[in-house]
Design a protein around this ligand. Structure first.
Ligand SMILES: Nc1ncnc2c1ncn2[C@@H]1O[C@H](COP(=O)(O)OP(=O)(O)O)[C@@H](O)[C@H]1O
Ligand SMILES: [Mg+2]
Length: 232
C-alpha cells in the first residue's frame, strides 16, 4: 500500500464477549480511505461507529481482519506499539471531551506531549499556540468544569492537534453541542486538522454534518451498507 492511503480495513470484525452471548460490533468491514480527505461514518446508535474509530486509532484490537493506518499494520502491533503509533500520528476527539477534570485547559492541551517533550517551557508555548488557535486564550487557567460544552470541545480539539497529527479521528465530536457550537467545532476541525496529506474521519448520525465531508460510509449492525469510497 502506498502512502496515499490514510486507512485500509480488510474484512475487519470486532466481537465483544457478553454474559448473554457475543456482540458482533463490526462485521467484515472493508474500506480504503485516501489520504488528504474527510470521511463521515454514519449509522444509528449501536451500529459500530465508535468501534470502527477505536480500532482505527489502535485503542481497541480487532478480532479478525487487517487494519493499516498511514501504511502501518496496526493489527500486527502490540498495545504499547499502538500507543506510540497513536501518539505520533493520530489525534482523537471524543464526544464527551475526556478532559482531565483536575487539570487546567493549558495542562490538558499539553498532556499528549508531556512524555516525549524534553523542554517543558517549549511545550507550554506550543500548547498556548493551539489554545489561541481554538480561541480560548482567555481560559488557559480554567478547569474543564468551569467551561461550556463548546469550550470543552475546543480544548479537546487543541489537545488532539498539538502533535500535528496526520490523521484526526473524531467520534461524534459535536454530539453534545447545540447547532452554533457544533458549527464552530466543525469549522475548526476541518480548518486546523485537514490539509493536503492530512485526513479527518468523524462519526455522526447527523446528515448535515456528514454532508460536510468529502466521503461518507454508512453502517447498519456492524456492516458497511453503503459507501462513496472506491472499493479497495
Ligand atoms: N466494550 C464493549 N463491550 C460489549 N459490547 C460493546 C462494547 N463496545 C460496544 N459494544 C456493542 O457493540 C455495538 C456497537 O457499538 P458502538 O461501536 O459503540 O456503536 P455506535 O458508536 O455506532 O453507537 C453495540 O451493540 C454495543 O453495545
Ligand atoms: Mg458511538
Amino acid at each position: 500500500m502506498s502512502n496515499d492511503t490514510a486507512i485500509l480495513l480488510e474484512n475487519v470484525s470486532r466481537v465483544y464477549p457478553r454474559a448473554d452471548g457475543t456482540v458482533r460490533a463490526l462485521d467484515g468491514v472493508s474500506l480504503r480511505v485516501p489520504a488528504g480527505c474527510s470521511l463521515a461514518i454514519t449509522g444509528a446508535s449501536g451500529s459500530g461507529k465508535s468501534t470502527l474509530l477505536a480500532l482505527a486509532a489502535g485503542l481497541d484490537p480487532a478480532s479478525a481482519g487487517r487494519i493499516e493506518v498511514l501504511g502501518r499494520d496496526v493489527t500486527a502491533m502490540n498495545e504499547d506499539q499502538r500507543a506510540d503509533f497513536r501518539r505520533e500520528n493520530i489525534g482523537f476527539v471524543f464526544q464527551n471531551y475526556h478532559l482531565l477534570p483536575t487539570l487546567s485547559v493549558w495542562e490538558n492541551v499539553m498532556m499528549p506531549l508531556v512524555p516525549t517533550s524534553p523542554d517543558l517551557l517549549e511545550l507550554k508555548a506550543l500548547a498556548l499556540h493551539w489554545i489561541e488557535r481554538v480561541g480560548l486564550a482567555k481560559r488557559i487557567h480554567h478547569l474543564p468544569g468551569e467551561l461550556s460544552g463548546g469550550e470543552q470541545q475546543r480544548v479537546g480539539l487543541a489537545r488532539a492537534l498539538i502533535g500535528e497529527p496526520t490523521l484526526i479521528l473524531a467520534d461524534e465530536p459535536t454530539g453534545n453541542l447545540d447547532q452554533a457550537n457544533a458549527g464552530t467545532i466543525l469549522d475548526l476541525l476541518f480548518e486546523l486538522g485537514g490539509g493536503a496529506h492530512r485526513s479527518v474521519i468523524l462519526s455522526t448520525h447527523d446528515p448535515a454534518i456528514a454532508g460536510r465531508c468529502r466521503h461518507r460510509v454508512h453502517l447498519v449492525d456492524g456492516r458497511l451498507v453503503s459507501s462513496t469510497l472506491e472499493v479497495n
